[in-house]
Design a protein around this ligand. Structure first.
Ligand code: ATP
Length: 233
């Protein structure tokens, strides 16, 4: 579904992503692992057009490299940014509405919202509350639901487990695996390599802006290099 060739992202003198190749097959979860500063977030931002990127990005065979973010979003990529970034002073309802705004069709938006409120009953309960009042886990659910409002083909998740209590982390990983069962395709950036590799079909390890290792989730989980650097207890 997604094919990326020689993706590069730079911030002035800093080359954050140094020409990486990635592929994400339809209906799979692909994990992108790596230490702080390895270039994971920059990769996702480059894919959705929020930072300038070089290289080729194809979604279902159509080039989206250099397309503006709103077009990339309409074509089916949705990003759940690091740190959730819900709008705290807006209600849950308003946050969801913004996620659907990319298509502009009010009727479809309502239908998509109803489906998501069935899936996330906590958001129905908190529908009229300000998002800033939700717990961290609930805000993560809202951020994911907001991204799903655009009906994406490919969901990009940037460290969805960051800062959440262990039990909540488990429910976030369960949700991600469930979304794949329902046919969604997912590119998952995580520092929590052990849990990410449990659910990932494939994975890549980024080191200093370059792919150092790639393989199936099971291959990476059993790789000595990955164990040593990312799975140490
Ligand atoms: P983290 O988990 O800490 O977010 P990451 O793997 O997502 O790490 P990036 O955030 O993509 O890494 O950062 C890659 C490199 O680019 C780092 O050296 C970082 O300092 C630098 N960088 C990121 N954003 C900017 C920016 N807006 N301006 C300048 N340098 C940046």
């Amino acid at each position: 579904m997604l094919t990326v060739r020689q993706l590069g992202v730079r911030y002035g003198q800093i080359e954050a992503v140094k020409g990486i190749d990635l592929a994400v097959a339809k209906g799979t979860i692909v994990a992108l692992l790596g230490a702080n500063g390895a270039g994971k977030s920059s990769t996702l931002l480059g894919l959705v057009g929020l930072v300038a990127a070089s290289g080729e990005i194809e979604l279902d065979g159509v080039s989206i490299a250099k397309a503006p973010p709103e077009e990339i979003s309409r074509r089916g990529l949705a990003l759940v940014p690091e740190g959730r970034r819900v709008f705290p002073s807006l209600t849950v309802a308003e946050n969801l509405l913004l996620g659907g705004a990319v298509h502009g069709d009010r009727h479809d938006t309502k239908a998509a919202e109803e489906k998501l409120l069935d899936r996330f009953p906590i958001l129905r309960e908190r529908y009229r509350q300000r998002a800033g009042l939700l717990s961290g886990g609930e805000q993560q659910m809202l951020a994911i639901a907001r991204a799903l409002m655009s009906g994406p083909k490919l969901l990009l998740l940037d460290e969805p487990s960051l800062g959440l209590a262990p039990q909540v982390v488990d429910s976030v990983f369960d949700l991600i695996a469930e979304l794949r069962e329902q046919g969604l395709t997912i590119l998952l950036v995580e520092q929590n390599a052990a849990q990410a590799l449990e659910i990932a079909d494939r994975g890549y390890v980024l080191v200093n802006g370059q792919i150092e290792i790639e393989g199936t989730g099971a291959e990476l989980a059993s790789s000595e290099r990955v164990k040593e650097a990312y799975l140490a207890a």
